[in-house]
Every structure is written in C-alpha cells, then in structure tokens.
Ligand binder design. Structure first.
Ligand code: HEM
Ligand code: HEM
Length: 146
C-alpha cells in the first residue's frame, strides 16, 4: 500500500508539472497574443485540475501512512522531518488552492483576455511553489524521480 501510493504520488507529480507548465505558457501566450480562449485551453485547465486534485488525495493518504511523517514535537527539531511533516504538505495545499482559484476565476471571467490573465497569475505562483516543494527540495532530500 505504502510503496504503491508513494510511486503514484511521485509519478503523478510529472503530470501535474507538465500540465501546469502548459497552462502557464498558454495563459501568457493567450493574454499577450490577444488570442481566443478555446477548447484546448479549457481541456488543459480541466486535466490540470484533475491531476492536481488526485495528487492531493494521494498526498493526504500518504501523510497518514508514511514513516517519514512523525509527530510535530519530534519533527520541529529536524529540518528533514519538518519538511515532510509540515512544509511539503502546507506548501502543496496552498499551491493546489491557488490552481483551483485560478481555474474558478478564469472560468467565471467574461473575456478571453481576463480568462488568460487569471490563469497566468495564479498558475505561475503555484508553479514556483510546486517546483520548490515538489521537485527541488524532495530531490535534495534524496527522493527518487518516480
Ligand atoms: C477531496 C477531494 C477534492 C476536493 C476537496 C476538490 C475540490 C474542488 C473544488 C473546490 C473545485 C472548484 C469547483 C468550482 O468550479 O467552483 C474543484 C473542481 C474540479 N475538480 Fe476537484 N476536488 C477533489 C477531488 C477531485 C478529483 C479526485 C478529481 C478528478 C480526478 C477532481 C477534478 C476536478 C475538476 C476537473 C474540476 C474543475 C471543474 C470545472 O472547472 O469545470 N477533483 N474541485
Ligand atoms: C502538486 C502537489 C504535490 C506534489 C508535486 C508532490 C510531490 C511529492 C514528491 C516528489 C514526493 C517525494 C516522493 C518520493 O520520495 O519518491 C512527495 C512525498 C510526500 N508528499 Fe507530496 N506532493 C504534492 C502534494 C502533497 C500533499 C497535498 C500532501 C499532503 C497534505 C503530500 C504529502 C506527502 C508526503 C507525506 C510525502 C512523503 C512520503 C514518504 O516519503 O514517505 N503531498 N510529494
């Protein structure tokens, strides 16, 4: 159970990152290129949300079964334990919330320009957070790529 969840979580990260990167690029290209928000833009946003929300559920399950997540009292003294018990989950939940707000605001916006602009702003902040707490820092701590 644990190993399967860990690999699912580690692998899903790439789908989240690929679709987030695509969404950022398409949002800026659409915003500054004054394009129409079309079907492919909508599909990328939907797939991004599906992968991101699934990743959240797997992450929350991992939080309860991982041996790397120890009690807060023990975790606070050690920077590696603190990362897995606190920083990773909190940063990711913020990033996931930003992606969801970005999508909801983009969907509600009246014009293509505003749809792209909302996505560009929220997705870019989320991308920075996920690159740090979901790619760079885990790799520095010895996490595998899959
Ligand atoms: C505990 C689990 C989950 C929570 C709390 C959650 C929460 C949310 C929220 C708040 C929204 C925004 C709703 C809105 O448009 O106003 C949303 C949208 C969405 N969620 Fe989730 N979600 C969860 C699980 C999932 C899963 C498992 C999937 C897919 C596999 C998923 C796919 C989507 C999609 C595609 C949308 C976008 C709908 C749209 O924009 O038309 N979610 N979710
Ligand atoms: C976009 C969102 C996320 C990404 C990209 C991401 C990415 C990762 C990566 C790369 C690892 C290391 C996997 C390995 O060691 O092979 C990891 C581990 C972990 N993640 Fe996430 N994560 C996300 C969201 C979350 C959330 C929302 C939670 C919980 C609230 C969470 C909880 C955990 C836990 C507990 C581990 C440690 C598992 C272990 O090594 O025992 N993650 N995550």
């Amino acid at each position: 159970m644990y190993n399967g969840m860990l690999h699912a979580h580690s692998g899903l990260r790439w789908l989240v990152l690929i679709f987030l990167l695509l969404a950022v690029i398409k949002s800026f290209a659409g915003w500054f290129g004054k394009k129409d928000f079309n079907k492919s833009d909508n599909l990328i946003a939907l797939l991004l949300l599906s992968f991101t929300h699934t990743q959240m559920i797997v992450g929350i399950i991992l939080y309860f079964i991982s041996s790397k997540v120890v009690s807060m009292g023990d975790a606070m003294k050690d920077s590696v334990l603190r990362f897995w018990a606190m920083e990773h989950g909190v940063t990711m939940l913020i990033a996931i919330t930003l992606i969801t707000i970005g999508r909801v605001k983009s969907k509600k916006a009246e014009t293509s320009e505003l749809k792209f602009k909302k996505g560009a702003i929220f997705y870019t902040i989320a991308l920075v957070l996920i690159l740090w707490a979901g790619l760079i820092k885990p790799s520095l701590l010895g996490a595998g790529l899959f």
